[in-house]
Design a protein around this ligand. Sequence first.
Ligand code: NAX
Ligand code: ADP
Ligand code: K
Length: 532
Amino acid sequence: MSDRQEQISQVVVTAEQMRDIETRIFAAGMPVVALMEKVAGLIARRIQNLYPNLKQTQQFTPSSPSSFSSNLRVGILVGPGHNGGDALVVARELHFRGYEIWIYSPFSKLKELTSQHLQYAQSLGIPIYQEIEQLPNSNLLIDGLFGFGLERNLTDPIASAINQLNELSVPILSIDLPSGLHTDTGEVLGTAIRATHTFCLGLWKLAFLQDQALEYLGKVELIDFDIPLADVQAVLLNAPRIKRITPATALSTLPLPRPSVTHKYKEGHLLLICGSRRYAGGAILTSLGARGSGVGMLSVAVPESLKSLLVSHLPEALIVGCPETETGAIAQLQLPAKTNLSSFSAIACGPGLTTDASPVVQEVIESDVPLVLDADGLNILAQMGTIPTLQKRQAVTILTPHAGEFQRLFPHVADAKHDRVKAVREAAAQSGAVVLLKGARTAVANPQSEVWIVPESTPALARGGSGDVLTGLLGGLLAQGLTKQIPVEDIAATAAWWHSQAAILATQERTELGVDAFTLTQYLIKTLSNCY
Ligand SMILES: NC(=O)C1=CN([C@@H]2O[C@H](COP(=O)(O)OP(=O)(O)OC[C@H]3O[C@@H](n4cnc5c(N)ncnc54)[C@H](O)[C@@H]3O)[C@@H](O)[C@H]2O)[C@@H](O)CC1
Ligand SMILES: Nc1ncnc2c1ncn2[C@@H]1O[C@H](COP(=O)(O)OP(=O)(O)O)[C@@H](O)[C@H]1O
Ligand SMILES: [K+]
């Protein structure tokens, strides 16, 4: 990947920013017509690669006695704007390559350029239909109804037409965005095309990184049409950054290579505080996640009765047995002699604690040690109602809620279901912490409104214990990274990326059903050895 491609692949834009970037390109002299030809030409070539127009021969079978050959039949869905214009250029190109094309153009008023392309398509003899009921069969649909120009809710008749098109068992390739999705929030505006494959044009739009859009996007692909970096930078200059985490950015954040002359305490000393009689396994998974991070020294505080269990799973770790409550939660921390919380480079606290461990959570919040709070650590924080006191901490705090924990912690923040990116930003600003909002597309924000998003993952992770592994991994990376002055947000983003990549690799080898949390820990290092 070239340097430019790498930079472009990290960029995420809103509809407004995309419009501003295009405006600069047009103002600089690039003709609109020429850009549409270029973009749609690239799309048409990709479609030809994905669905080559080999004359299809249907095999003779007793149920279809006549064998026949035919061209691929492609239906082109055309909207009123330039998304429709792109689709019409694709229609024309595929027509000349021998595909059998029909056009669905339900709008009476089209933008001028789009209207000209429609007129030319008609002159070529391509059939054009206005009514959904008139549409012939097809092998493939190209969706050019709306792109980033859609803002209002879709209404009938177009809404019901989209619903009917979704019912056909035909692959749908969307141009720029599945029509009906909001470009920024990924929200469904009334209804939306359920695409098999979406070609995002020029720069990644924010919707591609919002959980609620995922089931509509299908496979996603960026069509790079050479937007000058200078235009992108000029528009994004003063906007809070939203960044896709790429392999290059994540790998550059890892504490590799290690210096030749070092020792275990220079490679970070992590204290995990986790587990209870009720949730013993969470402590093991969190510890194994930390092991996967390569952290120099690992101490694990658990209730006394879990000590021997932890020792048997993690012989390399220092297991600290603590006095426990009647319910089997940690009652108080009891660190070894000459050790206090400041002895640690970082603390990760929460998995499996139960809410009976609240004095311990209070103590670590009051410490001046970098802190990851997860699971019951977050539930206790929510109960204490002390989010604003996090601002007063001397050291960095990272909160790693899933959507439910997020809701309990930040009940007054924008609805995390409606716009996860906005919600995570608001939460970070409100708490002064780095917030990592878990989900299908995990998003990390800092109090300065900058956001990092993991662009690919797998639903194989939707399984008990996956989050515990992430907490350990993040804690271990934090302990190592802070000693090397790596920014905390980059560490959090990298941990989330690594976690997802390990799950993707495990899924490839074991299917989506084969990635239990223990197995996931076994893939952490395997993932990295594939990258180096
Ligand atoms: N101008 C160019 O040469 C380029 C255009 N591109 C394409 O242009 C698209 C953006 O084009 P536009 O700005 O024309 O926008 P769209 O084509 O996305 O749609 C906007 C049109 O839909 C109408 N509209 C909006 N909401 C509606 C609703 N709810 N019901 C009915 N009509 C509604 C608007 O009045 C407008 O006519 C991109 O997504 C992309 O496909 C890009 O490929 C880049 C190059
Ligand atoms: N559909 C999904 N696609 C990708 N990742 C997912 C999905 N669902 C959950 N995850 C990931 O799995 C992990 C679950 O964490 P969490 O909810 O804390 O589980 P637990 O508490 O059981 O460990 C998070 O990292 C989350 O991002
Ligand atoms: K579209």
